[in-house]
Design a protein around this ligand. Structure first.
Ligand SMILES: [Zn+2]
Length: 78
């Protein structure tokens, strides 16, 4: 009985840790680009908000976007 409660607690903890990791990955996304263009933006740029979600490309750093061949947007100057 006691053993199974421990197992359940471990499982809940594992789920929580996974959730936290997923959330921090989402928060770490600072830049977005479109698969249809060569510009990258800050996530809150009005041009970025017009990109279809199916075309969104996420970058975790400016370098990552530049290395992928993207150029900074002229509106938000990332
Ligand atoms: Zn922009």
């Amino acid at each position: 009985m006691f053993r199974s409660i421990k197992k359940q607690t471990a499982f809940i903890l594992l789920v929580l840790v996974t959730l936290l990791m997923t959330m921090s990955t989402a928060l770490a996304t600072t830049y977005v680009g479109s698969a249809k263009s060569d510009k990258f933006h800050y996530t809150d740029c009005r041009a970025a908000q017009r990109i279809k979600s199916s075309n969104l490309v996420y970058f975790y750093s400016r370098e990552e976007a530049l290395n992928a061949g993207y150029v900074p947007c002229g509106i938000c100057h990332p």
